[in-house]
Ligand binder design. Sequence first.
Ligand code: ADE
Length: 238
Amino acid sequence: MTFRATILTLYPEMFPGPLGASLSGKALEAGTWEHDVRNIREHGQGAHRAVDDTPAGGGPGMVLRADVLAAAIDAAAPADDPRPRLMMSPRGRPLTQARVRALSAGEGALIVCGRFEGVDERVIAARGLEEVSIGDYVLSGGELAAMVLLDACVRLLPGVMGHEHSGTEESFEAGLLEYPHYTRPQLFEGEPIPEVLMSGHHGKIAEWRRAQAERITRERRPDLVDDATKTASKQNEE
Ligand code: ADE
Protein backbone atom coordinates (compact mmCIF):
# COMPACT_ATOMS: atom_id res chain seq x y z
CA MET A 1 0.00 0.00 0.00
CA THR A 2 1.33 3.41 -0.96
CA PHE A 3 1.29 6.13 1.69
CA ARG A 4 -0.32 9.17 0.06
CA ALA A 5 0.40 12.68 1.29
CA THR A 6 -1.75 15.47 -0.14
CA ILE A 7 -0.25 18.83 0.78
CA LEU A 8 -2.12 22.13 0.52
CA THR A 9 0.20 25.11 0.53
CA LEU A 10 0.77 28.59 -0.87
CA TYR A 11 4.37 27.60 -1.61
CA PRO A 12 4.22 24.35 -3.62
CA GLU A 13 7.77 24.94 -4.88
CA MET A 14 9.04 24.11 -1.37
CA PHE A 15 8.18 20.41 -1.92
CA PRO A 16 9.58 17.78 -1.90
CA GLY A 17 12.58 19.85 -0.72
CA PRO A 18 14.66 17.79 1.69
CA LEU A 19 12.17 14.92 1.39
CA GLY A 20 13.56 14.35 -2.11
CA ALA A 21 16.93 13.29 -0.67
CA SER A 22 18.20 10.42 1.44
CA LEU A 23 15.83 7.74 2.78
CA SER A 24 12.59 9.59 2.00
CA GLY A 25 13.84 10.52 -1.50
CA LYS A 26 14.63 6.91 -2.34
CA ALA A 27 11.26 5.81 -0.95
CA LEU A 28 9.54 8.49 -3.07
CA GLU A 29 11.33 7.20 -6.19
CA ALA A 30 10.46 3.62 -5.28
CA GLY A 31 6.76 4.53 -4.93
CA THR A 32 6.61 3.61 -1.23
CA TRP A 33 4.95 6.97 -0.71
CA GLU A 34 3.72 9.70 -3.01
CA HIS A 35 3.04 13.37 -2.57
CA ASP A 36 0.40 15.41 -4.30
CA VAL A 37 1.20 19.09 -3.74
CA ARG A 38 -1.54 21.61 -4.43
CA ASN A 39 -1.49 25.37 -4.49
CA ILE A 40 -4.26 26.88 -2.33
CA ARG A 41 -4.07 29.98 -4.55
CA GLU A 42 -5.72 28.07 -7.40
CA HIS A 43 -8.89 28.54 -5.39
CA GLY A 44 -8.25 32.22 -4.67
CA GLN A 45 -10.73 34.92 -5.52
CA GLY A 46 -10.79 37.49 -8.32
CA ALA A 47 -8.14 38.46 -10.82
CA HIS A 48 -5.51 38.44 -8.10
CA ARG A 49 -6.54 35.05 -6.73
CA ALA A 50 -6.77 36.51 -3.23
CA VAL A 51 -6.60 33.91 -0.46
CA ASP A 52 -6.53 36.07 2.66
CA ASP A 53 -8.29 39.02 4.21
CA THR A 54 -8.06 41.30 7.24
CA PRO A 55 -9.03 39.80 10.62
CA ALA A 56 -12.57 40.36 11.84
CA GLY A 57 -12.37 42.45 15.02
CA GLY A 58 -9.13 44.08 13.90
CA GLY A 59 -5.55 43.29 14.71
CA PRO A 60 -2.37 42.68 12.76
CA GLY A 61 -1.78 40.42 9.80
CA MET A 62 -4.06 38.56 7.47
CA VAL A 63 -6.30 35.51 7.84
CA LEU A 64 -6.65 32.68 5.32
CA ARG A 65 -10.25 32.71 4.06
CA ALA A 66 -12.54 29.82 5.00
CA ASP A 67 -14.20 29.63 1.57
CA VAL A 68 -10.87 29.51 -0.27
CA LEU A 69 -9.35 26.81 1.92
CA ALA A 70 -12.59 24.77 1.93
CA ALA A 71 -12.61 24.79 -1.89
CA ALA A 72 -8.96 23.69 -1.96
CA ILE A 73 -9.64 20.85 0.48
CA ASP A 74 -12.78 19.69 -1.38
CA ALA A 75 -10.89 19.62 -4.68
CA ALA A 76 -8.00 17.65 -3.16
CA ALA A 77 -9.89 15.03 -1.13
CA PRO A 78 -13.46 13.73 -1.48
CA ALA A 79 -15.60 13.72 1.67
CA ASP A 80 -15.19 9.94 2.00
CA ASP A 81 -11.37 10.06 1.81
CA PRO A 82 -10.35 7.98 4.87
CA ARG A 83 -7.08 9.83 5.48
CA PRO A 84 -6.75 12.11 8.50
CA ARG A 85 -6.88 15.83 7.75
CA LEU A 86 -4.12 17.68 9.53
CA MET A 87 -3.26 21.34 9.72
CA MET A 88 0.24 22.28 10.81
CA SER A 89 -0.02 25.01 13.45
CA PRO A 90 1.81 26.06 16.63
CA ARG A 91 -1.63 25.93 18.25
CA GLY A 92 -1.99 22.21 17.62
CA ARG A 93 -1.44 19.20 19.87
CA PRO A 94 2.27 18.38 19.98
CA LEU A 95 3.37 15.66 17.55
CA THR A 96 4.60 12.48 19.25
CA GLN A 97 6.29 9.30 18.04
CA ALA A 98 3.09 7.41 18.92
CA ARG A 99 1.07 9.65 16.58
CA VAL A 100 3.74 9.31 13.89
CA ARG A 101 3.58 5.51 14.18
CA ALA A 102 -0.22 5.55 13.93
CA LEU A 103 -0.12 7.83 10.87
CA SER A 104 2.51 5.71 9.13
CA ALA A 105 0.33 2.62 9.63
CA GLY A 106 -2.50 4.33 7.72
CA GLU A 107 -3.09 5.35 4.12
CA GLY A 108 -1.48 8.78 4.39
CA ALA A 109 -2.74 12.24 5.26
CA LEU A 110 -4.09 15.46 3.88
CA ILE A 111 -1.89 18.21 5.29
CA VAL A 112 -2.77 21.90 5.27
CA CYS A 113 0.19 24.25 5.71
CA GLY A 114 -0.94 27.37 7.56
CA ARG A 115 0.38 30.85 6.74
CA PHE A 116 -0.44 34.42 7.69
CA GLU A 117 -1.67 35.16 11.21
CA GLY A 118 -4.11 32.32 11.07
CA VAL A 119 -6.84 30.43 9.32
CA ASP A 120 -10.55 31.25 9.63
CA GLU A 121 -11.74 29.06 12.51
CA ARG A 122 -14.90 28.02 10.68
CA VAL A 123 -13.07 25.99 8.02
CA ILE A 124 -11.07 24.13 10.68
CA ALA A 125 -14.32 22.86 12.19
CA ALA A 126 -16.25 22.46 8.94
CA ARG A 127 -13.58 20.28 7.29
CA GLY A 128 -12.53 18.45 10.48
CA LEU A 129 -8.93 19.65 10.49
CA GLU A 130 -6.78 18.37 13.35
CA GLU A 131 -4.17 20.96 14.29
CA VAL A 132 -0.70 19.52 14.86
CA SER A 133 2.34 21.34 16.29
CA ILE A 134 5.95 20.19 15.98
CA GLY A 135 7.10 22.15 19.02
CA ASP A 136 6.73 25.24 21.16
CA TYR A 137 8.22 27.77 18.74
CA VAL A 138 6.78 29.62 15.78
CA LEU A 139 7.81 28.94 12.19
CA SER A 140 6.94 31.29 9.35
CA GLY A 141 4.59 28.70 7.93
CA GLY A 142 3.47 25.11 8.14
CA GLU A 143 5.58 23.81 5.22
CA LEU A 144 8.69 22.89 7.20
CA ALA A 145 6.49 21.42 9.93
CA ALA A 146 4.72 19.26 7.31
CA MET A 147 8.11 18.06 6.05
CA VAL A 148 9.15 17.14 9.59
CA LEU A 149 5.95 15.16 10.10
CA LEU A 150 6.28 13.40 6.74
CA ASP A 151 9.94 12.55 7.27
CA ALA A 152 9.08 10.96 10.62
CA CYS A 153 6.25 8.92 9.01
CA VAL A 154 8.03 7.86 5.83
CA ARG A 155 11.05 6.36 7.58
CA LEU A 156 8.70 3.97 9.39
CA LEU A 157 7.05 2.69 6.18
CA PRO A 158 7.86 -0.95 5.39
CA GLY A 159 11.16 -1.33 3.57
CA VAL A 160 12.38 2.24 4.10
CA MET A 161 14.77 1.64 6.99
CA GLY A 162 17.65 -0.78 6.55
CA HIS A 163 17.25 -2.72 9.78
CA GLU A 164 13.69 -3.63 10.75
CA HIS A 165 14.93 -3.23 14.23
CA SER A 166 16.30 0.26 14.15
CA GLY A 167 12.76 1.63 14.49
CA THR A 168 11.95 -0.05 17.76
CA GLU A 169 15.07 0.53 19.84
CA GLU A 170 15.37 4.24 19.24
CA SER A 171 14.36 7.25 21.30
CA PHE A 172 10.70 7.44 22.47
CA GLU A 173 9.76 3.89 21.46
CA ALA A 174 10.04 2.69 25.08
CA GLY A 175 9.05 6.10 26.42
CA LEU A 176 12.75 6.82 26.99
CA LEU A 177 15.54 8.60 25.14
CA GLU A 178 18.07 6.36 23.48
CA TYR A 179 21.14 4.90 25.24
CA PRO A 180 24.62 6.09 24.13
CA HIS A 181 26.39 4.47 21.17
CA TYR A 182 30.08 3.65 20.65
CA THR A 183 32.22 2.19 17.87
CA ARG A 184 35.92 1.86 17.02
CA PRO A 185 38.47 3.10 17.84
CA GLN A 186 38.54 1.44 21.23
CA LEU A 187 40.36 4.49 22.65
CA PHE A 188 39.38 8.01 21.52
CA GLU A 189 41.38 10.93 22.98
CA GLY A 190 42.02 8.86 26.07
CA GLU A 191 38.38 7.77 26.48
CA PRO A 192 37.73 4.02 26.23
CA ILE A 193 34.50 2.35 25.17
CA PRO A 194 32.63 1.32 28.38
CA GLU A 195 33.93 -2.10 29.37
CA VAL A 196 30.53 -3.78 29.64
CA LEU A 197 29.99 -3.23 25.89
CA MET A 198 33.18 -5.18 25.15
CA SER A 199 32.19 -8.06 27.46
CA GLY A 200 30.00 -9.94 24.98
CA HIS A 201 27.52 -10.52 27.84
CA HIS A 202 24.16 -9.70 26.19
CA GLY A 203 22.16 -9.64 29.42
CA LYS A 204 24.56 -7.21 31.11
CA ILE A 205 24.71 -5.03 27.99
CA ALA A 206 20.92 -4.78 27.82
CA GLU A 207 20.77 -3.92 31.53
CA TRP A 208 23.47 -1.24 31.15
CA ARG A 209 21.73 0.30 28.13
CA ARG A 210 18.40 0.43 29.96
CA ALA A 211 20.03 2.14 32.98
CA GLN A 212 21.78 4.66 30.71
CA ALA A 213 18.55 5.39 28.82
CA GLU A 214 16.78 6.03 32.15
CA ARG A 215 19.60 8.28 33.40
CA ILE A 216 19.68 10.37 30.21
CA THR A 217 15.90 10.66 30.15
CA ARG A 218 15.78 11.69 33.82
CA GLU A 219 18.44 14.37 33.22
CA ARG A 220 17.09 15.79 29.97
CA ARG A 221 13.37 15.00 29.92
CA PRO A 222 11.94 14.45 33.41
CA ASP A 223 8.47 14.91 31.86
CA LEU A 224 8.95 11.65 29.90
CA VAL A 225 9.96 9.73 33.05
CA ASP A 226 6.80 10.94 34.79
CA ASP A 227 4.66 9.83 31.85
CA ALA A 228 6.35 6.40 31.71
CA THR A 229 5.92 5.89 35.47
CA LYS A 230 2.25 6.87 35.25
CA THR A 231 1.68 4.46 32.35
CA ALA A 232 3.47 1.63 34.21
CA SER A 233 1.51 2.11 37.45
CA LYS A 234 -1.77 2.29 35.50
CA GLN A 235 -0.91 -1.01 33.84
CA ASN A 236 -0.17 -2.54 37.27
CA GLU A 237 -3.59 -1.47 38.55
CA GLU A 238 -5.34 -3.23 35.65
N1 ADE B 1 3.55 26.57 11.88
C1 ADE B 1 4.23 27.55 12.51
N2 ADE B 1 4.82 27.11 13.61
C2 ADE B 1 4.52 25.77 13.71
C3 ADE B 1 4.81 24.77 14.65
N3 ADE B 1 5.57 25.00 15.72
N4 ADE B 1 4.32 23.54 14.43
C4 ADE B 1 3.54 23.30 13.37
N5 ADE B 1 3.22 24.21 12.45
C5 ADE B 1 3.70 25.45 12.62
